[in-house]
Ligand binder design. Structure first.
Ligand SMILES: *Cc1c(COP(=O)(O)O)cnc(C)c1O
Ligand SMILES: [Zn+2]
Length: 412
């Protein structure tokens, strides 16, 4: 890879050659992929990009850590819409608001960007089998992207994993091990099995290539905005891989001169599980927290990507905000009704936080803001019904319909 120099530990600074099967540093720190920006500047222009017909995440190949001859994974990952949400902007008192809907990815979450990268790197490593442990979206997206590429998967989930996500796993033909125990038990079993059988490891924050896949959401937002950086980008945070990846993408574009300033990040967590935001707010080291929220994808009490995530929030002079489950449910309804966008609870948490900051007067009214929706609501229909209500239920009779409308105060 001519565009990549090496990998570097974010904790101790140790340098590693950028092999396809890199894991974490000997010191336990996370690795970061370091690029040769001078080389990239000399080979990659905005005009090149504008000519390209590939609308997937791979249109940014010069900024991605893959070999030139690596076959690209088959599923259409990325290229998600950036909607102008004028009605919602007005309601929140913002000059301009955009919604980046990543729920439209093939397995319906932003995690596809990381999983597609994992599949590309597994192929470079000559691996036939990929494994991970996860409660949901990382698992289903790995299973789908691997299936399309002809690789097999071993997935470890805690037995409490939601049905919709397990259904995706079974459909994609993963070998699914449902562990009767906590998520920690699940993670430890996957670690031991990966070590014993030598599978390619797609565990978040152990594999440094995953956030390089996730950064493409930031690259896309900037191209869609014609390289005019917004003032803020709001995103939900669990392990911290997404916000760290987003920031990496923005910094890459700044380093090669595609954008001339950087947005401030808005890190949104659930009140019942906010170890990273708490660390920023108190200025202390992060400490584990209970996983007390309905937003299962960000119910991460022990964040695996804390170093990179905290660095991203601090470097961007970012804001933090924590939201209740009620506020998350309200945001689900709001995005559905104002924008026609259906997000899962963790998917709409960024917008919930943005709304809370606007109401508290913490965002200037002339600000341009992007809010990322990270996963589709179809993954978790029970919570959507709980947030938005049940339909009118009657037998097929016109008189009963009129009566029901009258009772509900509906004037058709
Ligand atoms: C994983 C996930 C997140 C958070 O990403 P992290 O990298 O864990 O911070 C947010 N929303 C959805 C829908 C997710 O699946
Ligand atoms: Zn180290």
């Amino acid at each position: 890879m001519k565009n990549v120099k090496h990998a570097k530990c974010v904790r101790c600074g140790r340098i590693y050659a950028a092999a396809p099967d890199l894991t974490s540093c000997a010191c336990g720190g996370i690795l970061d992929i370091v690029y040769d920006y001078d080389y990239i500047r000399s080979t990659f222009t905005k005009d090149d990009l504008a000519q390209r017909r590939d609308s997937t995440m791979w249109r940014f190949r010069e900024l991605l850590p893959v070999e030139e001859d690596t076959p690209l994974p088959p599923l259409r990952v990325g290229g998600s819409p950036l909607y102008e949400a004028d009605a919602l902007a007005q309601e929140l008192g913002l000059a301009k608001l955009y919604i980046k809907d990543d729920g439209i990815n093939p397995t319906a979450s932003l995690k596809d960007r990381a999983s597609a990268m994992a599949v590309a790197k597994a192929r470079e490593a000559g691996a036939q089998v990929i494994a991970c442990s996860s409660t949901g979206n990382a698992a289903s997206s790995l299973a789908g992207n691997a299936a399309a590429a002809g690789l097999s998967t071993y997935i470890f989930v805690p037995s409490r994993a939601p049905k919709g996500k397990v259904a995706q796993l079974m459909t994609f033909g993963a070998t699914v091990v449902s562990v009767q125990g906590s998520y920690e038990d699940t993670f430890e079993l996957s670690r031991a099995a990966i070590e014993k059988w030598g599978w390619y490891n797609r565990n978040a924050a152990i594999n440094p290539y995953l956030s390089e896949g996730k950064k493409t959401v930031g690259l896309e937002i900037m191209e869609q905005l014609n390289w005019a950086a917004p003032d803020y980008i709001a995103v939900s945070v669990g392990d911290g891989c997404t916000i760290a990846g987003l920031w990496k993408g923005l910094k890459d574009l700044h380093a090669i001169g595609f954008i001339d300033r950087l947005p401030r990040l808005i890190s949104v967590q659930a009140e019942g599980c906010c170890p990273l935001n708490r660390a920023i707010e108190t200025g202390e080291d992060w400490r584990p927290m209970e996983e007390n929220t309905l937003a299962d994808s960000i119910a991460v009490g022990v964040p695996r990507n804390a170093d990179k995530a905290l660095m991203a929030i601090r470097e961007s002079d970012g804001l933090t905000v924590n939201v209740s489950d009620q506020e998350i449910m309200a945001a689900q309804k709001l995005l559905g009704r104002r924008c026609g966008v259906f997000g899962e609870p963790a998917g709409v948490t960024g917008t919930a936080g943005l709304k809370k900051l606007c109401q508290a007067g913490r965002i200037p009214s002339d600000a341009v803001v992007v809010s990322v929706v990270t996963g589709s609501g179809l993954k978790d229909v029970a919570n959507a019904i709980a947030a938005c209500g049940e339909p009118i239920s009657i037998p097929g009779d016109m008189a009963l319909l009129e009566a029901a409308f009258r009772q509900a105060g509906i004037r058709a």
